[in-house]
Design a protein around this ligand. Structure first.
Ligand code: SF4
Length: 356
């Protein structure tokens, strides 16, 4: 065991007794494939484990291996990811699966150098796959580990800067023992997730006697991080344009947030005159059927208020970037979170109209 990691034995013993039984964690007689480790690690980035569980299980049913993932369409992978957010992740998984088919016969290589060449594999994913899938001594340093180590080692530097993150990876490698380093790596992540949280639970922490921040009484002041971007409030007027049994939806272009997801047409701003704008876009005056319920949602650092209205036209007008989709097919499409709720709202609305 690493001599410089005071409290290591207590950490490992706590982890072996208390670790949460997630489907991506192997158990005796039930080993997990490198592919499953990789998928779970990508899903867990920026998402809580409890939220990831059902997505992981259905993803593994739909795409059980690299071959099936590589053959999927972008729409299929985004649909499977719908609701998890940060949609660059499923696109990167797809690209990486296609790369692995082309360069590694559909297998994930174990060498960190080769892992680092796979599209979308940053330092965390390389470390996590090398450690948890191939049981190598590798640093998988996420926010949980940085929070724990900044307190345990009393590191006061800004954890948002790449050079400090590199320093955390170096210090992690120094701490990892030669014996079962993957267990210690996972134990550090688990400790950061459930004990050394933003509000640390020091009184029940297995390493508190060795923790420098606890000793100095400043655990809750660490880690240091530059302030997050200020929240920006957006008002968007969404248009549900109906023609017979179809509505108009468009796919967000590549390069934009929510790229690949479907949305209803929107006009930005509290003051925008939707009737006028629609007339310009459609070259025809639509008929207003009514207002729908306001939807509020958050993505990255935006707080959005979606103010939807329902309109009708009597022919399938062309609007570049949009297409007419049958109401019955809407649930097959991947929508961004606010527009998914709008989609459900109008499907309920039309159901009720039919019953009247
Ligand atoms: Fe974190 Fe407190 Fe444990 Fe230190 S004692 S590692 S601050 S939970």
């Amino acid at each position: 065991m690493a001599e410089n990691f005071a409290g290591l034995a207590d950490l490992v013993s706590w982890f072996k007794k208390s670790k949460r039984p997630f489907p991506w964690r192997g158990s005796p007689g039930n080993s997990i494939s490198p592919y499953a480790v990789w998928v779970s690690e990508v899903m867990l980035q920026q998402t809580r484990a409890e939220v990831v569980i059902p997505y992981f299980q259905s993803w593994m049913k739909q795409f059980p291996d690299i071959t099936s993932l590589a053959q999927a369409s972008e729409d299929e992978v985004i649909k499977a990811w719908e609701g998890l957010g940060y949609y660059a992740r499923p696109r990167r998984l797809l690209r990486a699966a296609q790369y692995l088919m082309a360069h590694h016969s559909g297998n994930i290589p174990s060498s960190p150098d080769l892992l680092a060449k796979i599209p979308g594999f940053g330092p965390y994913t390389v470390g996590a796959v090398a450690s948890f899938a191939f049981h190598q001594k590798a640093a998988a340093v996420d926010g949980n580990v940085m929070r724990f180590l900044s307190r345990y080692l009393l590191i006061r530097d800004d954890i948002g800067t790449p050079s400090v993150q590199e320093e955390f990876r170096r210090r992690t490698m120094e701490l990892l023992p030669n014996r079962e380093p993957w267990v210690v790596m996972e134990a550090m992540i688990e400790l950061g997730a459930v004990i050394c949280k933003r509000q640390p639970l020091c009184t029940i922490c297995p390493v508190r006697t060795a923790c420098r921040a606890f000793g100095e009484g400043i655990a809750a002041e660490l880690p240091r991080k530059s302030p997050a971007k200020a929240t920006i409030r957006l008002t968007r007027k969404a248009v549900v344009l109906k023609c017979g049994e179809k509505v108009l939806v468009g796919q967000v272009p590549l390069g934009q947030v929510m790229a690949g997801l479907f949305e209803f047409p929107i006009f930005e701003g509290e003051q925008v005159d939707v009737y006028h704008e629609l007339g310009v876009c459609l070259n025809e005056k639509p008929c207003l059927l009514g207002s729908l319920d306001i939807i509020r949602y958050v993505f990255t650092h935006y707080q959005v208020t979606l103010q939807p209205t329902l309109w009708e036209v009597d022919k399938n007008i062309e609007w570049p970037g949009y297409k007419w989709v049958a109401l019955g097919d809407l649930r097959q499409l991947p929508f961004s979170s606010g527009h998914r709720r709008l989609c459900e709202q109008i499907l309920r609305y039309f159901d009720e109209m039919e019953k009247m």
